[in-house]
Design a protein around this ligand. Structure first.
Ligand code: SF4
Length: 523
């Protein structure tokens, strides 16, 4: 049964001013939340609202919360304290809280922060615009569903409902929820059981994205390899999905995150190897290298099994980059366990890793293991050792690429140096290279007088040679532009260095650059 937690009777605080027109979304947490925010922005725009230039000037502020990270509660209530004073100076401002913490805390959230006008959960994102309108008339509302809406969240219905930050790259949610029960993880409690979107809907969405100029997609799910189990007994659907979206015309790169090590099978590896658009990058969360710890975490695999699957993937896919997640200091982790993790990490030769210090999430099994919590100084020492091994491994992997030529997707001008462009290789590695306009002509050109060179715009593809390596990025030199962006760019009209307006037009020349202030969608 669909349970609804709803309250909305506090009429005295009802807002009677003008209908809110602008919004600002602040997102916490993972890519899934980032993508939910994109879709929420798309829904609000479709409802007639506009993005505010900043949080201070917004009529509606939405906090899309995450309870996976440490101190999520404290950070949320800290933000809400700031918003309370902002609201006092901005009569009629509405504050909405969605996402995992809203799903978990529900009415408690309004009890602790009465300045919040709307609390909505992870299963009713699509209702948010309507709820905000109702808040205007009725006052504060808490509307949290216990289960997904039958037939799927309407917020997934169309790619066009997403208001994306990057017009050339898009996330595509293929499933929500998780049927696993990892001891440290709150996701199953706040996102519910796995619900997969029909494969035809996903292919249509990717076709729409491609038609709008997107060339790179990332498939999102908590456990992508179990995609489709709830749809059909015919397996395995994820491999079919990879092949289907990888063959959509115009899609150059397909990425996905995250597969579960216990579920990744040969069919997925074959689909990766045989579908040219699927990138040579596998993010495979290890979490620990110790079998007793993996068992206590309820992960469903051993370190040996993990390494076997990794070896199978590497032997099938040339140039495969492998990244992972690791938790340090899980309750009961001994020195031997930590040592074993270092050994497995060294053997796995990861290209990079996200490392987390264990912190208990209320409501999880691990949070109850208080008698086995590891002292912080011991955890800190293990964390530093692990970081050293990981950095050594990443540097070795990166140094092996020096001298090679790579196809990169240009992301734009480096935040640190306007003369440098940043891009990603198919393996997902960040490459910084000097912008052609800032230096010498491409080395592929014949020597001669230096001519002003055009920079490859963001969203274009280029060829670079790797010239240097660091643990977290590569350095390169630009060789050639290989493909222009296919999305429509906003071309600013300038007068005396000031942007007067923006018009849209198809890019037809690499001379049209895209800088940080010229993105089709400003954040
Ligand atoms: Fe959480 Fe485990 Fe599910 Fe991943 S697989 S979302 S860690 S319960």
């Amino acid at each position: 049964m669909l349970a609804v937690s709803r309250s909305g009777a506090q009429a005295p605080t009802a807002y009677t001013g003008p209908v809110p027109r602008t919004f600002h979304i602040r997102t916490f947490g993972c890519q899934m939340n980032e993508h939910d925010s994109e879709r929420l922005a798309g829904l609000l725009v479709a409802d007639g609202m506009e993005r505010a230039a900043d949080l201070e000037s917004a009529d509606v502020v939405v906090l899309n919360t995450c309870c996976v990270r440490e101190n999520a509660d404290n950070r949320l209530y800290g933000h809400l304290g700031h918003l309370k004073s902002l609201k006092a100076r901005h009569p009629g401002m509405q504050i909405a809280v969605g996402g995992c913490l809203a799903q978990k805390d529900r009415e408690l959230l309004r009890e602790r922060a009465p300045q919040v006008d709307l609390v909505f959960g992870t299963h009713n994102l699509a209702s948010a615009p309507g709820l905000l309108r109702r808040v205007t008339l009725e006052g504060p509302i808490v509307d949290v569903l216990d289960e997904p809406i039958a037939g799927g969240d309407p917020a997934h219905a169309s790619a066009l409902s997403a208001d994306r930050d990057l017009p050339w790259s898009a996330w595509v949610t293929i499933q929500t929820g998780c049927d696993n029960s990892c001891a440290f993880c709150i996701v199953p409690a706040v996102r519910g059981r796995e619900v997969s979107r029909p494969i035809d809907d996903l292919v249509s969405e990717v076709e729409s994205l491609s038609a709008s100029g997107v060339t790179e997609i990332t498939l999102l799910g908590q456990n992508v390899n179990s995609y489709g189990r709830d749809l059909t007994r015919r397996r395995p659907l994820f491999a079919s999905l990879l092949r289907a979206v990888g063959s959509v015309d115009g899609i150059e790169r397909v990425r996905f995150t995250s597969p579960h090590p216990k579920d990744i099978g040969p069919e997925t590896i074959e689909a990766m190897a045989e579908t040219p658009a699927v990138c040579e990058h596998l993010h495979l969360p290890l979490q620990s290298g110790s079998d007793p710890v993996l068992k206590a975490m309820r992960r469903g695999y051993t370190a040996g099994r993990y390494l076997e699957r990794l070896a199978a993937a590497r032997s099938a896919i040339d140039e495969l980059a492998v990244t992972t997640d690791l938790i340090v200091g899980f309750p009961g982790e001994t020195d031997e366990d930590a040592e074993r993790t270092l050994e497995v990490v060294a053997e796995a030769r990861f290209d990079s890793a996200y490392t987390f210090v264990f912190s208990p999430r209320p409501g999880t099994r691990a949070a109850a293991m208080t008698d086995r919590f590891i002292p912080p100084d011991v955890v800190a020492e293990r964390f530093e050792q692990l970081k050293l091994v990981l950095e050594r491994s990443a540097l070795t992997r990166h140094e092996a690429r020096v001298g090679r030529e790579e196809d990169v997707l240009v992301e734009g001008v480096s935040k640190r140096d306007p003369g440098v462009l940043s891009a990603r290789t198919r393996q997902g590695k960040l490459v910084h290279f000097e912008a052609p306009s800032a230096g010498k002509p491409p080395s592929a050109n014949p020597p001669g007088p230096k001519a002003p060179a055009a920079d490859p715009p963001a969203g274009s593809y280029a060829r670079v040679r790797v010239t240097g390596a660091a643990p977290h990025f590569l350095r390169g030199e630009f060789l050639a532009l290989t493909a222009l962006p296919r999305h429509r760019l906003r071309i600013p009209v300038r007068s005396g260095g000031r942007v007067l307006n923006g018009t849209s037009g198809d890019i037809s020349s690499p001379l049209v650059g895209v800088g940080p202030g010229e993105r089709a969608v400003a954040g």
